[in-house]
Write a protein that binds this ligand. Sequence first.
Ligand code: ATP
Ligand code: MN
Length: 478
Amino acid sequence: MFNKRIKIKQLLSQEPDSQEVTVMGWVRSFRNNQFIALNDGSTNNNLQIVAELGKFNEALLKRITTSVSLKVTGLAIPSLGKGQKLEVKANTIEILGDSDAEKYPLQPKKHSLEFLREIAHLRFRTNTFGAVFRVRHALAYAVHHFFNDKGFVYLHTPVITASDAEGAGEMFRVTTLPAGNPPRTEDGSINYKEDFFGRATNLTVSGQLEGELGATALGEIYTFGPTFRAENSNTPRHLAEFWMIEPEMAFCDLEDNINLAEEFIKYIIRYAIEHNREDLEFLAQRLADEEKQLPQDKRSELGLLEKLDFVLNNNFERITYTQAIAILLQSPAYKKKKFQYEVKWGIDMQSEHERYLVEKHFKKPVIVTDYPLGIKAFYMRQNDDGKTVAAMDILAPGIGEIVGGSQREERLDKLEQRMKEMHVPAEELWWYLDTRRFGTVPHAGFGLGFERMVQFVTGMSNIRDAIAFPRTPGSAEF
Ligand code: ATP
Ligand code: MN
């Protein structure tokens, strides 16, 4: 009977009433042959189990080492020890699974995040990753909560796609053709007609195009699923497999889109603060300790929780791309030649530029709108100036771009003209263009990278620590 157990989180929230309880979990530490710190993943707080001296046989006690799994029954009594109001005085202790203390890689001491990445299968058992993944869960739950309350339909867009016209990033090919000796056409190229789907297919880089098909009938949809980009960029902000949330709304312009994105980000942060306060307090302390190693000028001005509160209580700054470039050109950083990359109207802003705007100039999240036509995707709505499109990026302190979105080009002639200019094959996207042929409407949407959001809320500086099993160039263990 496993379902008689009480989770430690729940037990610790109760008054000690001397009733018998059953708990299960993994041993974090065992002191003085008497005090077991038990953790079951429901909270970072360990439950103290007291094994009264003389009550249990020595052979059993010897087997209780870090990471051994236990079933314990006992009385929930007031604790005399510091830091907890309740402990369990054990009546029975059953070992569910032994563990070889010599071989167990996680010792009760501080391990580096790099080391923990190498043992990602066990890092859930640390306080840091316990907190990160509970917060990640809360954020994911809040995403569904937010959109459900607004009447959006959760649409599952395909993971395997044949459209390679989105231009969002390099794709991973999906094929069942023999790697060494694929069938060839007469001109020597690989003959995908003989492939599984009868054509070349890839893992999706974004569900947006399919999302638009849903939105232009269901009204408002969102996706929340894995996306894949074979970008060979080894940065602390890029994964080859990441989760993206992509709402798409009919009857919506750029401003509505921005308002929704800001409301959405604040909602999910607030949800995590309200439901995972203890985990966030732990992560805030972890970050503060980590930053103590840094020189003064590299440390954050605000602690993690203050930063989140600040984001909740202030409007995001809204500027156009043209204004952003003007600010950069006026900046001391530019004048002192601190930027590595060129600054002029028309550039795709580099992360150093985005960070300057967010971290040095405005010191808060910034929404940049109306980017040059030439650096953005074909489906973004052309502005009347003939030079810019109704695009928006949201930049967050410490992270950079967290959201990318736009109002979509709903005018068939403009869209077709842009596709021609950008060599996007219109024949392949006939289904996409049909939305503009049969009752087209103004519509807009955005994509939020979920791991970047998790990074922002948990304060983890490397995106590899915001997802359970990171996929990055050269690394797909576990
Ligand atoms: P970046 O310039 O940072 O590479 P992008 O312009 O390629 O981002 P979009 O194509 O607009 O990004 O994707 C939407 C969102 O998905 C981004 O705002 C970001 O939050 C997230 N994202 C994009 N690429 C990655 C990646 N490789 N790993 C994790 N998240 C990503
Ligand atoms: Mn990118």
